[in-house]
Design a protein around this ligand. Structure first.
Ligand SMILES: O=C(O)CCC(=O)C(=O)O
Length: 369
């Protein structure tokens, strides 16, 4: 049996899913990536129900998955906030290190391109041997992360010490803004659910830092442990929007076999206490999983479909065309898309993840957690 056929049979039969003896984190990660990412491969159908029931049955202690936690309206609001409001100073993005930082962020210029075809270029701060100036529509797609709350130094994998002389190139009064209130409120609601299921005391939690991850359909996130937060027990609260993904969650030992969990749009995933330092990663964004509610207007979708490549996008085209037909039958669809097109079209190729952490240990807790 070939590798692909083997994985497919594993996914279709829970008894055959990787076991401790068989696979380290790396090898399971590789199987998901290899089997599904190669454009020239035929993409096997994933048996969602089996994968989902497998994840639920084997959930680690310290992991809580709140399905459909966010309403569609909340997800749309968060998408707008992530793409525009939060995507600018004082929050740093991956592009700020190399490219000119726009105080109002890239969204206004991207929006002018999207709605009026006004072209503009994002310039490098200084010449770079590999990078070059880029058109705004490409630059916007290259935003990979936005830092919320306490500023994080990605090179040293540590939160900046305000008293350090080695601060990022932003005015010092902009460092360490609070996590946006809209997100803090959602985190509070999610933690109420944790509180009702465990003896974690949510009122001591502080949303101190966060990351917004912007994934394209081929992006992945390597297995990693979150070790930068001094508080190693408080929950990490994570919201998913747009395309679904497979999240692999292992143990604190990279050699242990991780479990695959499907995170869908609107889900809230929480790791706390015993799971807080577990290895986790995203080997796969699942194409054809964007809920219909997030699609743009019919004209925009038609133009988008025409812009796709019949070979490279052969596994997405049939579903997009099917969805287009469904939308054509929905009366007044375009009227409900007012001001949504730019966000909806972005989500046709994306997943957003917002995850929030407490960095410093809480003062008082009911239990060790
Ligand atoms: O995208 C996700 O769901 C996981 C994100 C994550 O693990 C991280 O940002 O450290």
């Amino acid at each position: 049996m070939g590798r692909k056929a083997k994985l497919l049979s594993k996914l279709q039969n829970p008894d055959n899913l990787p076991t401790k003896e068989q696979s380290s984190f790396r090898s399971v990660e590789r199987e998901f990536k290899k089997t599904y990412v190669n454009e020239n491969d035929k993409i096997p159908q994933i048996n969602y129900e089996i994968l989902q029931s497998y994840s639920e049955a084997t959930m680690h202690p310290g992991i809580i998955l709140l399905k459909n936690f966010l309403s569609i309206e909340q997800q749309k609001e968060l998408t707008k906030l992530c793409m525009n409001d939060f995507n600018k100073l004082p929050n740093l993005t991956n592009l700020d290190k190399y490219y000119e930082t726009h105080p109002e962020g890239l969204f206004p210029t991207y929006s002018q391109y999207y709605y009026s075809n006004r072209k503009s270029i994002l310039k490098l701060k200084k010449p770079h041997e590999k990078l070059k100036d880029i058109e705004i529509q490409k630059a916007f797609r290259q935003i990979r992360w936005v830092n919320l709350g306490l500023s994080y130094d990605w090179s040293n994998k540590a939160y900046y010490d305000k008293n350090s002389t080695d601060l990022p190139e932003i005015p010092s009064h902009l460092i360490d803004p609070p996590v946006p209130e809209y997100i803090q409120k959602l985190v509070e609601q999610a933690l109420k659910a944790v509180e009702s299921q465990t003896d974690y005391l949510a009122k001591n939690y502080k949303s101190e830092a966060g990351i917004i991850n912007f994934y394209g359909l081929k992006d992945t996130l390597m297995a990693h442990q979150d070790r930068s937060e001094q508080d190693s027990l408080s929950p990490l609260v994570s919201f998913s929007i747009g395309h679904s993904c497979i999240l692999l969650v292992g143990t604190e030992d990279r050699k242990d076999t991780p479990i695959p969990i499907i995170l869908e749009s609107g889900d809230c995933f929480i790791m706390y206490g015993p799971a807080r330092r577990c290895f986790h990663g995203v080997p796969r964004i699942l194409e054809n999983t964007l809920p219909l509610e997030f699609y743009p207007s019919i004209d925009r979708l038609e133009t988008y479909i025409q812009s796709l490549d019949p070979v490279n996008d052969m596994f997405r085209l049939p579903k997009l065309k099917e969805d287009l037909e469904l939308l054509r039958m929905k009366e007044g669809w375009n009227q409900t898309r007012k001001d949504w097109d730019i966000f909806g079209e972005y989500l046709l190729e994306s997943r957003l993840n917002i995850n929030i952490r407490q960095v410093n240990p809480a003062v008082q807790k009911k239990t060790e957690i």
